[in-house]
Design a protein around this ligand. Structure first.
Ligand SMILES: [Cu+2]
Length: 190
């Protein structure tokens, strides 16, 4: 390890990758995760991802049973990217982070790979026809006028709670035409 071979292609020198190898970034992330786990008081951890995010204009689509969606704008006021990796609610058996994708021209839903990444000083919109929080296997009907308690979990382990008022929503029915298929396929996996 005392000598470094001369690069065969000096016109293509190794770029930033050599100075900041991938494992260094991983180590930093691991350290951040540990810090998040050991420091439980939010007052002591201003760097918590949850503390950087404000949830604006949340709402949930009214539903009798089955599955429905929660929408909001998530605003990141910090200079660092944050990632929402999970969500939960007491009104549903499971909650997933979904995106809408086209499969052979047909809109369908699937879990968002890697979660919802909110860039530094940016916002991330959850809206009908786009990304959303999917409440699956509702435990109780969601009636307009009530609120849905939601919890978001970030990849540093921090959590953010908010309430989503329930609204009737008649738009974007084309999205919900796929819900039956989606629900069936989800149940098939169980
Ligand atoms: Cu969905």
């Amino acid at each position: 390890m005392s000598s470094i071979p001369t690069p065969s292609y000096p016109q293509h020198p190794p770029a930033g990758g050599r100075r900041k190898p991938r494992w260094a970034a991983t180590a930093v992330l691991a350290a951040a995760a540990l810090a998040g786990l050991t420091a439980c008081s939010s007052a002591d951890t201003p760097a918590d991802q949850a503390d950087a995010v404000t949830v604006a204009e949340p709402w949930a689509k009214a539903a009798e049973d089955g599955m429905t969606s929660v929408f909001a704008e998530m605003i990141n006021d910090s200079g660092d990217e944050v990632t929402i990796v999970a969500a939960s609610s007491p009104v549903s058996e499971t909650t997933e982070l979904h995106e809408v994708v086209l499969n052979a021209g047909v809109a369908g839903m699937q879990e968002k790979d890697g979660g919802f990444v909110v860039g530094a000083d940016s916002s991330y919109l959850l809206e009908p026809g786009g990304d959303h929080l999917m409440l699956m296997d509702l435990i109780e009907p969601l009636e307009p006028g009530d609120d849905v308690p939601m919890t978001l979990t970030f990849d540093d382990g921090s959590t953010l709670r908010f309430s989503a008022p329930i609204r009737d929503f008649a738009g974007a029915q084309e999205d919900y035409g796929d819900l039956a298929d989606h629900e069936e396929s989800m149940h098939d996996e169980h």
